[in-house]
Design a protein around this ligand. Structure first.
Ligand code: C2E
Ligand code: MG
Ligand code: MG
Length: 766
């Protein structure tokens, strides 16, 4: 229908190579430029073929595809649009404007913005509107007669060059987008393997290739026991996938291994015909190499993009190193390098789910008694050394089938066959002292045991349940005076539950001043029975009317820290009571108040005492604070400092329950203490026979030798009182003289005592 290109022109063309035309061959690695020829004249197709055969434009051959109608052209564009560089488009085909109408389809419908369009028409007079040329980004408009071979090549060259530029720009824009996006996505990955896989996928997407490659890095993750400089495959895609986590040397492809080693040594990326090898620099041996099987050399635009990518992602590798370390911290205790709680639970659950032996296993929780005191006394570094020594001793005491973990601070967990985790065996392990930086330190432990047992519903417990049960048992062992271990029972859970209820009630009692009362027990000079002081003793009546003994709720209050508030309340009550009795004429009376170790350790304790004294007007020299020996287990210097601060206020200090703790006498003599209280267990053991040689005598001598006063507590019989007196201990406290009493009872007792004394002065023992 339209006039064809004159044949002679086409022949001409072969003899007249254009400037951009280079001989074909040799550079076959670059893909051809795809040119779509759309014309309803078969001759035009033949002529174009003939004219362009063996032509190389901008270093690449051409591939022509043909369509003889707009409809056919559309099908081609739909199928291969993204590959097509140029469309040579006849305007008049099925309809006078069929070609022109295809243009908006290409640009708008198919969204093919990058390919170039050269319109061809047979009629020299026929030209599309300028606006069409502009709006549809038409490269060129030529009449067919204008397209002689030389002109055709010139027009195509210009179009292809422009296509290449547009595409380069678009690609780098896309690449940058992807780099920014992928960096975000990749940095979210915490594990090296997943990160590495992500990098491969992203690079492949960047190059629009199938991901086929691998990433190598040196080992040296915190998990590695010894540093090892071999390269490992940390991520892989495609045919390399099965090699993940294996040494590179075992890849079985000497050439790839060689190229990767070369890249690592040169610390720079290598672009080759079959492969792209990118170097990612990272700190401290964290460099990585990405090997991508590209099967063709990359274009310059892609190389630049990858270099930008490599710089960006290099940072990511460092982050991943960091994440790996974080990961280590997430599952291991950095001090002992033992698995932590999370890891233990994981492993226990796996074991419980898969082993047929589950029911013969058991959990043992081991808690080092008074470890924080030891830590304070010896210093943090020795404390750490001690924990490591404990970890080592525990690990070497059991076969690998026993899992060992440090849960927190001074508590360790063991999971293994119950017959191995016997409490006696565990206690035996701790018999010999531990050595930390030259010090031999004896450590006492408490053990909570929880054997694996089926739940009432028949199912096996989960690791977290077992650990919870073991810790209930451990809590029980801690609450029971002198207990070393405890095995979990269902009742224990109920008791633990009751303790929680009790604690809540105690909290409420404190908040609403309901049920908590302070009773007072007289302290007397046994020679004449005269009242010298009173000990404030806390009493708690629960809402159901039941009395709870302090030995039941005070350890609980200490365990939860509630004792700090309770103690402050007791002290205030006692001070107010003292002021009341002073008004009654008892101005020599000394008020003794118990202070728990937790209270004593707390910052602001001295402040609390001073404020309360100020506010109640109680004279400091009529106050005695009773501390226990466990306080003296702390770092001596600190304890001395705190005691001196208290004494500077004018209050006296007594050491309560003396003789039942484990204080070392040498540190005890350094403490500024006014009075020793002989524990009632020793008083109870007193007999005529042992009086001269026994512990009570020793304690009393120690007191005398260090210039301390002494008082015996728990005196119940006249015999005990007489024996104590004969040993030189005159101050006493006990049921023999008076039980702990409510304030009004105490007042009555006081008045009676006074009048008795007035009547029978000089009576040594009541
Ligand atoms: P503690 O400080 O050694 O108090 C003396 C305990 O011995 C009191 O027990 C008292 O009732 C009891 N007792 C006194 N004379 C005799 C006797 O002749 N025979 C016998 N068998 N017992 C006697 P209680 O009141 O049950 O207090 C027990 C422990 O609770 C106290 O021992 C003290 O450690 C603690 N406690 C009591 N009140 C407080 C307080 O307000 N704060 C603190 N932190 N602890 C307190
Ligand atoms: Mg006391
Ligand atoms: Mg006592």
């Amino acid at each position: 229908m339209t006039s064809p290109i004159p044949k002679d022109d086409l022949i001409d063309f072969v003899d007249e190579p254009g400037t951009d035309i280079v001989p074909a061959g040799g550079r076959g690695t670059l893909p051809a430029w795809v040119v779509l020829v759309v014309d309803d004249d078969a001759e035009v197709h033949q002529a174009t073929n003939f004219a362009l055969q063996n032509t190389i434009l901008l270093e690449r051959p051409l591939e022509l595809i043909h369509a003889s109608s707009a409809v056919e052209a559309r099908a081609c564009l739909e199928a291969r649009g993204s590959e097509i560089a140029v469309v040579l488009l006849d305007v008049v085909m099925e309809t006078p404007e069929a070609g022109l109408e295809l243009v908006p389809v290409i640009r708008r419908e198919l969204g093919l913005d990058e390919l170039r369009i050269i319109l061809r028409t047979g009629q020299p007079g026929y030209a599309p509107e300028l606006s069409v040329v502009r709006d549809y980004d038409i490269n060129d408009y030529k009449t067919k007669s204008e397209l002689t071979h030389v002109r055709l090549v010139t027009a195509l060259t210009a179009a292809i060059r422009s296509y290449d530029q547009i595409r380069t720009l678009a690609a780098s824009r896309r690449g940058l987008d992807m780099i920014v996006q992928s960096a975000g996505e990749l940095f979210g990955r915490r594990a090296l393997v997943s990160f590495a896989e992500g990098v491969l996928t992203q690079i492949a997407a960047l190059l629009r290739l199938e991901p086929e490659g691998l990433i190598c890095a040196r080992s040296g993750s915190p998990f590695a026991q010894q540093s090892d400089s071999a390269l490992y495959i940390v991520g892989a895609a495609g045919r390399f996938r099965s090699h993940v986590s294996r040494p590179l040397a075992e890849l079985g492809d000497a050439e790839i291994v060689h190229t990767i080693n070369r890249c690592m040594a040169a610390r720079t990326s290598i672009f080759e015909a079959q492969a792209t090898v990118l170097f990612f620099s990272g700190e401290g041996g964290r460099s990585a190499v990405v090997y991508l099987a590209t099967e063709r050399a990359l274009e310059a635009v892609d190389r630049r993009m990858l270099e930008v990518f490599a710089v960006n992602i290099g940072v990511g590798f460092e982050n991943v190193g960091l994440f790996e370390r974080l990961n280590f911290y997430a599952y291991f205790d950095p001090l002992t390098r033992l698995p932590n709680r999370v890891r233990l639970i994981d492993e226990m659950d796996q074991f419980l789910a898969s082993s047929s032996d589950a029911l013969s296993q058991s959990v043992a929780l081991i808690d080092l008694a008074h470890f924080s005191q030891v830590n304070n006394a010896l210093g943090q570094r020795s404390g750490d050394a001690l924990l490591m020594a404990v970890a080592r001793r525990l690990r070497s005491a059991f076969p690998d089938s026993v899992m060992l973990s440090r849960l927190v601070g001074d508590s360790f967990a063991l999971f293994g066959p119950a017959r191995i985790l016997e409490p006696e065996a565990l206690l035996h392990i701790f018999e010999a002292p531990f050595y930390a930086r030259g010090h031999g330190v004896p450590l006492q432990i408490r053990i909570g045991l929880a054997p694996v047992a089926r739940a009432p519903g028949g199912q096996l417990p989960r690791a977290a349940d077992l650990l919870r049960d073991a810790s209930v048992a451990l809590g029980q062992a801690k609450l029971e005076q002198g207990a070393r271990f405890c095995t979990y029972t269902a009742e224990m859970a109920a008791q633990a539950q009751q303790r929680i209820v009790m604690l809540n009630e105690l909290r409420a009692a404190l908040d609403f001043h309901r049920g908590l009362k302070v009773h007072y027990q007289p302290q007397v000079d046994s020679r004449d029975g005269s009242l010298t002081g009173a000990e404030a003793l806390l009493r708690w009546r629960r809402t159901d009317g039941g009395m709870v003994p302090p030995d039941d709720f005070i350890p609980l209050a200490e365990y939860t820290g509630l004792i700090i508030e309770i103690g402050a309340w007791v002290f205030r009550e006692a001070c107010e009571q003292l002021m009341y009795w002073r008004d009654e004429g008892e101005d020599k009376l000394v008020m003794a108040v118990n202070v728990s170790a937790l209270q004593f350790r707390q910052d602001g304790f001295v402040e609390m005492i001073r404020n309360t004294l100020d506010q109640t007007g109680a004279p400091a020299d009529r106050i005695e604070l009773e501390i226990t020996e466990s306080v003296a287990m702390e770092e001596v210097d600190k304890v001395v400092e705190q005691l001196e601060a208290l004494r500077a206020l004018g209050v006296r200090i007594a050491l309560d329950d003396f003789g039942c703790g484990f204080s070392s006498l040498s540190s005890l003599t350094r403490l500024p203490i006014d009075r020793l209280k002989v524990d009632r267990s020793f008083v109870a053991q007193l007999t005529d026979e042992n009086a001269r040689s026994g512990i009570v005598q020793t304690i009393l001598r120690l007191a005398q030798g260090s210039g301390m006063a002494a008082i015996a507590e728990g005196v119940e019989t006249t015999e005990q009182a007489a024996l104590l007196q004969s040993m030189g201990c005159v101050e006493m406290q006990g049921f023999l003289f008076g039980r702990p009493m409510a304030p009004d009872e105490f007042l009555i007792w006081m008045r009676q005592n006074r009048s008795t004394l007035a009547g029978e002065a000089g009576n040594p023992v009541p």
